[in-house]
Design a protein around this ligand. Structure first.
Ligand SMILES: C[C@@](CO)(OP(=O)(O)O)[C@H](O)COP(=O)(O)OP(=O)(O)OC[C@H]1O[C@@H](n2ccc(N)nc2=O)[C@H](O)[C@@H]1O
Ligand SMILES: Nc1ncnc2c1ncn2[C@@H]1O[C@H](COP(=O)(O)OP(=O)(O)O)[C@@H](O)[C@H]1O
Length: 308
């Protein structure tokens, strides 16, 4: 049974403008250097307290919900850190738009936004540094979402997040191939490729920032995973070609895939491209990059009514 208060909020996706993979570390993760930005494409989350003796997780996609799942681990960690939560149980209803395993960080965004909301409503008093520490324990992409910076440079395994200024304002077209990509698999494939060549050194973060001009963002577009993913899924290459032919100035993959992003010159063109893709039976949508983190509305819904 639900308590009367439902907290509803959005959980935005990210895109990687730039992603380079460095050395594999002792802990099995890789050092990366990435430039990420939030995009205006989101899941909606309802958070509530339940008087059942267990947490409840519902989602319109099949996602893991057990103790070992991301949310299971988040709740466990919070109860460990805050014993006053031991007898409180949480309900989460996720209405997903962001396809799982699409390189858009949907799961990481969900966890980060639930953590932030719990910190706020339960007055857990976790400072920023602690929030990042908790996030990094759960997943490499989560710290970016926890900071709330709309545009940032990411390093370490993902836990070092430095905000960047002048977030680019772009219209984008997202193409969703029918299959998602398992991030673990993509990193494993990367390792196999590197053993043939040599692991690359990443540019130092400071040097990268000093040379970086956000108004020329398209110059920096790069993704180390692209070659590998196109090798295993050659059909993705045809989406890239199609987006280029339809007038996108740059086309690239986000994260470990599978979403392919095209930069459209304006909104009208973005809408037309999506229409044309639909006629070809290709699943896509247009969106924009996010410039400020003021878009996460703090809506408290009383009695479950939707006032959004
Ligand atoms: C590739 C990126 C780029 O932003 O994003 P996605 O495509 O997943 O969105 C991230 O590095 C993914 O972050 P995330 O999806 O949170 O990965 P995690 O759950 O922490 O890790 C999944 C697996 O990926 C590998 N992994 C992840 C991050 C990293 N820096 N090095 C790794 O080697 C590890 O094998 C790990 O077991
Ligand atoms: N709330 C969630 N939303 C989406 N996927 C989830 C969620 N919780 C756990 N997962 C699992 O996380 C993986 C996908 O993570 P996601 O962030 O959607 O993709 P990506 O890492 O490619 O950006 C899948 O294995 C999925 O089962």
């Amino acid at each position: 049974m639900k308590n009367d208060n439902i907290y509803q909020f959005r959980s935005y996706a990210k895109m990687n403008w730039f992603l380079k993979i460095g050395q594999r570390r002792q802990d099995g993760y890789h050092n990366i250097l990435s430039v990420m930005q939030l995009i205006d494409f989101y899941d909606t989350i309802d958070l509530y307290f339940t008087d059942q003796n267990c947490d409840e997780i519902q989602c319109n996609y099949e996602i893991p919900t057990g103790k070992k799942s991301l949310l299971g681990r988040l709740f466990h960690l919070l109860r460990d850190l805050k014993p006053q939560l031991k007898d409180r149980y949480f309900g989460v209803k996720i209405t997903k738009n962001i396809p799982p395993s699409s390189g858009l960080g949907g799961a990481s965004s969900n966890v980060a936004n639930i953590l932030k909301k719990m910190n706020e409503i339960l007055q857990l008093s976790f400072e920023n540094e602690k929030m990042i520490e908790i996030s990094a324990k759960l997943g490499s992409d989560i710290p970016f979402f926890t900071t709330g910076f709309p545009f940032a440079i990411i390093s370490g395994k993902g836990e070092k997040v430095i905000p960047l200024h002048q977030p680019p304002e772009k219209y984008i077209v997202l193409v969703f191939p029918e299959v998602g990509i398992d991030t673990c698999w993509a990193y494993r494939e990367w390792d196999i490729e590197q053993e043939k060549d040599k692991f690359q050194d990443l540019p130092p973060v400071k040097e990268f920032i000093d040379d970086f001009s956000p108004n020329q963002i398209e110059k920096y577009i790069w993704n180390d995973f692209e070659k590998i993913i196109y090798k295993h899924f050659p059909e993705f290459g045809s989406y890239k070609e199609t987006l280029e032919q339809m007038g996108c100035s740059s086309v690239f993959m986000t994260g470990s895939g599978s979403t392919i992003i095209g930069i459209a010159p304006n909104q009208e063109k973005a809408v037309d491209i999506v229409k044309e893709l639909k006629q070809k039976g290709i699943h896509s949508r247009w969106s924009t990059t996010i410039l400020k983190d003021d878009s996460n509305p703090k809506v408290v819904l009383e009695g479950g009514e939707n006032h959004d």
